[in-house]
Design a protein around this ligand. Sequence first.
Ligand SMILES: CSc1nc2ncnc(N)c2[nH]1
Length: 159
Amino acid sequence: RDQMTAKKVFSLVFVRNASEILLGMKKRGFGQGKWNGFGGKIEPGETIPEGAVRELQEECGLIAKELKNVGLLEFKFEGDPTLLEVHVFETHEYHGSVIESEEMLPKWYNLKNIPFKNMWLDDEHWFPYMLRGEFFKGHFLYRGEDLILKYNIQVLDKL
Ligand SMILES: CSc1nc2ncnc(N)c2[nH]1
């Protein structure tokens, strides 16, 4: 059996201020119609944080001055051997102004009013760890995009 599952590495960046989080409404492609974090595939020759900074700027115009790695997510979709490895980051220090891109319509949400019903189903499970500042590792097995068959989340250490 082929033990070398294909792995794709992604960044996922959340911009924070004291009481809000910046989310992006995906306008096309994977995750279309959901409020997402910003990010995407890490390209050859760039580090994961470099890819995170690049994708954030491409998708919403902001330039992160610092990034904190807050967690790691792994996704499998039933019937697809690919493992998606998603490195989750927060930034509290950034400059530039938020702009709408072809991919994303950015919007600030109060932390008490996160639109989980219009987000990926996994978010409701791991956002609380991120918001509490706990470094988390989560693994999710999806059937399609609207059903999580199995998941586990562990706190690796409190940041
Ligand atoms: C593939 S599963 C997934 N969950 C997500 N949560 C927030 N933003 C994303 N882009 C996400 N992708």
